[in-house]
Design a protein around this ligand. Structure first.
Ligand code: GDP
Ligand code: K
Ligand code: MG
Length: 298
């Protein structure tokens, strides 16, 4: 049913928090499709990813961000932190995501970035992991002493009903203005970008903690022929020794990364995908500002 422009509400909602609290999982749940990759490792999200969702008269523009990096000051981490800072200015609402019942020094670092002129929701995620719910009251009290939060939402990004409830809460903060995007549109990110990200997700998920996060994926070819997409991508690692970890014994690991990425892309796009993967060593890329930019990081 069409909504008259004067009845439309539209606004920006930024999702911020330290690595691994569930920001990207939340964005995907809010948008209703996977547009941001997730894993149990920090530094999975390296870009500002925008997702749209239109519900009734309300159009939400959600902005997912990399977790604020506090550990290493290399060029990649500096670029990631700039992305976070850029995302919290000029928004209508901020979802500050923490793990329910926890507050780490890294959460405090993100909290320092919260502007005083934008309403902030304290989103206590992974509520499903909280066993002693009675202990949450003193935790909440201590959190409220740290920042004047507009709302407190305990929830699980993996629970659809919780996500519906969050929509209703966010809707109150959307200004009355015409929608900025087609209601059918889900993201500003290209299919080419999604392909690189999906390979990176499988790389993160299928390699152990020993493979440092200083690896990335570059798309060399993206062609469409009828109902088929032909993609060639290179996984860039920092050291010769990392190459073997990605390729695995008899190429098993690389094959699995490729198969899982292809299957998921086929599901999202509903078409056939040919995916060819290569591995290359570029030592020191994450310490090199120019190279970090050339690989697509702001
Ligand atoms: P991000 O780094 O903040 O973007 O976090 P991700 O979205 O990548 O999620 C990090 C990990 O937390 C993944 O393994 C998710 O499956 C998991 N996760 C996210 N939300 C929840 C939740 O509500 N409950 C539980 N138990 N796990 C979650
Ligand atoms: K993560
Ligand atoms: Mg993320």
């Amino acid at each position: 049913e069409p909504v008259a422009p004067e009845q439309q509400h539209c606004g920006y909602v930024a999702i911020v928090g330290k690595p691994n609290v569930g920001k990207s999982t939340l964005l995907n749940a809010l948008v209703g499709q996977k547009i941001s990759i997730t894993s149990r490792k920090a530094q999975t999200t390296r870009h500002r990813i925008t997702g749209y969702r239109t519900v009734g008269p309300n159009q939400f523009v959600f902005v997912d961000t990399p977790g604020f990096q506090t550990r290493h000051g290399n060029a990649l981490n500096r670029a990631l932190n700039k992305t976070v800072l850029g995302a919290v200015t000029d928004v209508d609402l901020i979802l500050f995501v923490v793990e329910a019942g926890h507050f780490h020094p890294a959460d405090a670092k993100v909290m320092e970035l919260l502007p005083s002129n934008v309403p902030v929701v304290l989103l206590a995620n992974k509520f499903d992991l909280v066993h002693r719910r009675g202990e949450l009251a003193p935790w909440l009290k201590s959190m409220q002493e740290k920042h004047p939060f507009a709302e407190f939402v305990p929830m699980s990004a993996k629970n659809a009903r919780d996500v519906e409830r969050l929509f209703a809460i966010c809707a109150k903060y959307l200004p009355q203005q015409a929608w900025m995007h087609d209601p059918e549109e889900l993201t500003d990110r290209s299919e080419r970008f999604m392909a690189a990200e999906m390979v990176r997700e499988k790389l993160f998920r299928l390699t152990g903690d020993e493979l440092p996060y200083t690896s990335t994926v570059v798309i060399d070819k993206f062609e469409e022929e009828g109902g088929l997409k032909r993609i060639a991508a290179t996984i860039v690692v920092e050291r010769e020794g990392h190459k073997g970890m990605v390729i695995g014994e008899k190429g098993e690991k690389l094959k699995r990364i490729g198969t899982e990425a292809r299957q998921e892309l086929e599901k999202i796009w509903d078409c056939k995908v040919f995916l060819e993967l290569w591995v290359k060593v570029r030592s020191g890329w994450a310490d090199d500002d120019a190279r970090v930019r050339s690989f697509g990081y702001e």
